[in-house]
Design a protein around this ligand. Sequence first.
Ligand SMILES: Cc1cc2nc3c(=O)[nH]c(=O)nc-3n(C[C@H](O)[C@H](O)[C@H](O)COP(=O)(O)O)c2cc1C
Length: 174
Amino acid sequence: MLKEIKSDIYHLMHPKMAFFLTSISKDGKPNVMTCAWATPVSEEPPIVIVCVSKEAHTARLIKETKEFGINIPTKELLKALWICGRSSGRDTDKFKMAGLKILPSRKIKPPLIEGCAGYIECRVKKIVEAGECYAFFGDVLTALAREEYLNRGLWSERAGIPLHLGGSRIVYFR
Ligand SMILES: Cc1cc2nc3c(=O)[nH]c(=O)nc-3n(C[C@H](O)[C@H](O)[C@H](O)COP(=O)(O)O)c2cc1C
């Protein structure tokens, strides 16, 4: 029997990888938030989209400096993933709060996060308003993956990439 879904329609489109989205202010103060609404949209050239609530501090920072970093965690970073998804960098230093160590980025100003399985550094090429979110289209400037977590170019089960089901539920890719 088919059940009509009236709210939280996004649940039907999960699980989705949950990752750390890093950004930075004009005066050099970095921020990190947990994000799951993201997708590649083009391979040639490589373009990705991240969808961020207009109310998130991150949205303000990405609009301001036009760069962002995608940091793909392993399951060791699960606790930090929840912390960065439940508090705002407007009034807290989430790097400190979540015990995250900064890894210098190569081509963008926002820093990356030490210990992740992969990284994508992006520069904003277009911003689309979509309901309560901004969809930030980003040109991929560089992408890096930790070799030991790859199996012929694809994520291996070893990485334990977190997949967000919705609400407070996360499962692991295995
Ligand atoms: C698993 C998980 C996934 C999330 N995905 C998104 C998302 O895709 N887009 C979004 O705007 N917020 C998402 N959030 C909520 C933000 O992380 C949260 O609002 C955060 O406090 C924003 O931080 P900021 O104000 O420092 O930018 C998610 C939270 C969790 C726990």
